[in-house]
Design a protein around this ligand. Structure first.
Ligand SMILES: Nc1nc2c(ncn2[C@@H]2O[C@H](COP(=O)(O)OP(=O)(O)OP(=O)(O)O)[C@@H](O)[C@H]2O)c(=O)[nH]1
Length: 219
């Protein structure tokens, strides 16, 4: 299981987003951080990061999200960002077969740097484009199992499953599989109106230079 990078009350995790060009990595992050979707994101140049702190099971969890560029010319930058990450989120576009076929290549890159010491998620994006779907959910689930990764489908555009995905990821990073934690929560609910365990603690922190680097923060 992935280890956090700090001791003390704040659990801090570095999460790297990987995948082919234009699968929606930046859009997924923007949906999570800003809860918006502009539809005209520019290709990421180099590497970009942003942090957000959440409350999960009464613990503060700081997720540092590293957004990598899908363009081939930036590929050589990526391994050093994978190296000290606790989770790798490999994204594909459900309407783009090549982005799915290249998943094993991304997994290899992650395993090469981190072996089994990293949580790997495969994230199928753009499920709002159901009529253009080329990769079935079953096909992707099977592939994720074969590759030893967790799996989720999302839409950055209409927000489907994005918050749920980050919630599950946080539980997993804390060492508590989300379903188990939710079951425990349900058993403990007295009264039944208890609030969800995950809440956004901070507003997006792009003003804070420590937390946000843009446009090739890599070099
Ligand atoms: N329909 C739909 N379009 C999306 C979705 N997510 C992203 N897009 C679009 O897909 C294109 C690429 O999105 P980005 O977020 O820039 O993709 P990326 O993976 O970060 O791209 P690179 O930085 O080039 O690697 C943009 O035109 C987005 O508007 C989605 O969930 N649904």
């Amino acid at each position: 299981m992935a280890q956090n990078t700090t001791s003390g009350p704040m659990q801090k995790y570095k999460i790297v987003f990987l995948g082919e060009q234009a699968v929606g990595k930046t859009s997924i992050i923007n949906r999570f951080i800003f809860d918006n979707f502009t539809g005209n994101e520019q290709p990421t140049v180099g590497i970009d990061f942003i942090s957000k702190t959440l409350q999960v099971d009464n613990k503060s969890v700081r997720l540092q999200l590293w957004d990598t560029a899908g363009q081939e010319r930036f590929r050589s930058l990526i391994p050093s960002y994978i190296r000290d990450s606790q989770a790798a989120i490999i994204c594909y576009d459900i309407t783009n077969e090549k982005s799915f076929q290249n998943l094993p290549r991304w997994i290899e890159d992650v395993k090469e740097e981190r072996g089994d010491e990293v949580l790997i998620y495969i994230l199928g994006n753009k499920i709002d484009l159901e009529s253009e779907r080329l990769i079935s959910t079953k096909q992707a689930e099977d592939k994720a199992k074969e590759l030893g990764a967790q799996f989720q489908e999302v839409s950055a555009k209409n927000a489907t499953n994005v918050a749920e995905f980050f919630k599950k990821l946080s539980y997993e990073l804390l060492g508590n599989p989300a379903e188990q934690s939710q079951n425990q929560q349900q058993q403990q609910q007295q009264p039944k109106t208890q609030q969800p365990q995950i809440q956004l603690q901070n507003q997006p922190r792009i003003q804070d230079n420590e937390d946000k680097k843009q446009g090739g923060g890599c070099c």
